[in-house]
Design a protein around this ligand. Sequence first.
Ligand code: COA
Length: 352
Amino acid sequence: MGLVPLAFLQRIKRSDTMYNSKITGLGFYVPDHVVTNDDLSKLMDTSDEWIQERTGIRERRHVVGDSDTTTAMGVKAARIAIERAGIDKDEVDFIVFATLSPDYYFPGPGVLVQRDLGLRTVGALDVRNQCSGFVYGLSVADQYVKTGMYKNVLVIGSELHSRGLDRTTRGRGVSVIFGDGAGAAIVSREENPDKGILSTHLHSEGEHAEELSVIAPGMGKRWVTDILRDNDPDDISYYPYMNGQFVFKNAVVRFSEVILEGLKTNNLQPSDIDMLIPHQANLRISQFIQKKFGLSDDQVYNNIMQYGNTTAASIPIALTEAWEKGKIKKGDLVVLAAFGSGFTWGSAIIRW
Ligand code: COA
């Protein structure tokens, strides 16, 4: 058999796929321990006023001791999502786990979820796309469900940042922003082509990889043995580095672009959006996007004030919370959008 002509592949449109996919269950979990801005100002030279003014964050959750891990939080969120989807855990066909803070260097947390939830020997995929990890994971699940390969895919975004932050004045530009938590979704087969995940849009620009990064330990520049050998108290290679203003400038552009790309693909306008769930990077970024698209406070959901930036977990936590509060109704147009380290960014356009 010869190669499939490109023109034929290009003709395959959404209406030609066998199925659609939709989110049938959502759950989230955050640790109990609340860390306020005032708590942080006891550890470093910062203030509630500075943090709120620049980021909108009032408090975040931190794991205490070894009470929770990235996987354990993901499992707690997943149990809720599975129950709400109305399926048995044995009906989960595949796991996608997005995180930048895995329990182990390897294996990734996907297999730990398979073990800890007692799932059949289903496949487990780990996604390393930081703040846009959940949108990337959702896109993977969407494709598997649309092609008919799987009926129910579990997508988790979970982060345990607190253990890896420099909670001194040296690290204040980064450490005040991030929080711990997890969110999960079940993506299931849907027969109605006008309902569910209409499209997803993914991008990257590796040119700026180091602008928001943790470079060690890694096999590229600095491994654990190098860090131990140097024993340098000024070594900050294993703490997150962020060029905050550069990230901010790129974020507002890419968020806007990828939301518009998704809307355009589906012949929709910004005014069609019922609920925008932006990755909770910074309240100022969300407010910029809200203003740009002329959306009201009811059309954008933010909870960074309570949880900080939880990276891959922020969208599923916010989506779950918005849904739990009744802010997302059947038939609503829900838009998810994310931007972060990589740089990577993406959006998902969903008819609820
Ligand atoms: N408390 C008090 N002062 C702080 C501080 C803190 N937590 N962090 C930094 N500062 C100081 C800096 O040292 C600097 O002092 P200087 O002027 O004496 O040198 C001053 O505040 C301004 O720092 P700067 O980094 O320019 O602040 P900013 O206005 O850019 O705000 C961020 C910093 C991180 C809040 C902002 O750049 C941002 O939100 N960027 C995007 C981050 C993001 O979204 N990341 C996630 C992407 S997924």
